[in-house]
Design a protein around this ligand. Structure first.
Ligand code: COA
Ligand code: ZN
Length: 305
């Protein structure tokens, strides 16, 4: 039996929120269907945020409605506050991703609240979610580095994770929002978090800004982490964090994990097709770092794994 890894594709949220071209609800549903066809079982389908702040995420309720027939899939949605929670619950989201930044400046820029104000809302959201039967993933953004305040003190992330678990968060996702972490720093922080709270309730989210995305995935794997966010085609970036480029590409992460003997449950050629589709929709180059090699392998009918 190969060990399973859960891949949560954040392309339909993180990938789309910072693009020049805004996709229609139908295009977003088509993209997510492409991911499901490839075997992806967890998708960040959108965000309930202010449409003025992030126009590309408007209509997330309609995206969820368009997917309601796709059973057995965890559709996650990002929320910044209590209003976002109510909208997400009413739209039928099974999991909400509640974002809190590890630095004050980034939290203010992102959600216009102090960290303590965000935590007060998190407390209310966790309590409501327990009653409503909604899963809560708490995401700690800029966990290694903030574009405004520099390096993040690891103790701060440990403390925030502890408070979010105590409120009832089901999982805590540790995010390198601007792609500034390196494998050693990942190993240190994820090792400490895993020791304190258990690796099973932790996930990682990496951006590939400095080309360390896959190395950071590997470092987190070595710390026992088995849940990863990645983005189809490597698209992505945060509109409120200057200099952040795309997420680590799902195609690259799946290939790395499968070649190492893990089981992602995802079919790589079908995933590549979804990556190509989103690239065509957005008019950008997609595919991840090993895209050329993978295409050559497919042309030669040689194995990818
Ligand atoms: N979803 C949709 N609309 C929301 C909302 C939500 N979660 N929260 C607030 N709003 C609306 C308010 O109803 C109000 O609408 P109105 O202008 O029609 O009256 C408007 O947004 C402003 O409300 P306010 O509470 O003053 O918010 P703000 O202007 O201080 O902005 C956020 C705060 C959190 C809503 C906004 O900064 C945001 O959506 N940020 C998201 C950031 C993000 O997605 N980052 C990337 C992922 S980490
Ligand atoms: Zn991100």
């Amino acid at each position: 039996m190969r060990e399973k890894i859960l891949i949560n594709d954040v392309g339909p949220r993180d990938g789309l929120q910072n693009q020049t071209r805004v996709l229609s609800v139908d295009q977003r549903v088509q993209l997510i269907r492409g991911l499901l066809k490839a075997g992806v079982r967890s998708v960040e389908a959108g965000a309930f945020v202010s449409p003025k702040a992030v126009p590309a995420m408007a209509g997330t309720d309609a995206v969820l409605a368009g997917l309601s027939a796709d059973a057995g899939v965890d559709f996650q949605v990002l929320i910044p506050n209590l209003k976002g929670y109510t909208l997400a619950r009413d739209a039928g989201a099974g999991t909400v991703v509640l974002v809190v930044c590890a630095s004050e400046t980034m939290n203010q820029r992102n959600v216009r609240m102090s960290i303590e104000e965000s935590l007060a809302q998190a407390q209310e959201i966790c309590a409501a979610a327990r009653t409503d039967g909604v899963r809560v993933v708490a995401c700690i953004a800029v966990a290694w580095c903030c574009p405004f305040e520099g390096a993040t003190e690891p103790g701060r992330v440990l403390d925030l994770a502890g408070r979010l678990f105590a409120m009832g968060a089901d999982d805590v996702n540790i995010a390198d929002t601007i792609g500034a972490a390196n494998p050693r720093a990942v190993g240190r922080l994820m090792g400490a978090l895993a020791q304190e709270y258990g690796a099973g309730k932790l996930a990682c989210h990496f951006h590939d800004t400095r080309a360390f995305g896959l190395a950071n995935v590997y470092a987190a794997l070595e710390s026992g982490i088995r849940k990863f966010d990645s983005s189809i085609g490597g698209i992505g970036g945060c509109p409120f964090a200057p200099g952040a480029t795309g997420n680590v590409a799902s195609e690259d992460v799946v290939m790395l994990l499968e070649q190492m003997g893990f089981d992602t449950g995802i079919d790589l050629p079908a995933l590549m097709a979804a990556g190509q589709l989103v690239g065509e929709m957005l008019g950008v180059t997609t595919g991840g770092r090993a895209d050329t090699w993978r295409r050559l392998q497919l042309e030669k009918e040689s194995p990818l794994i």
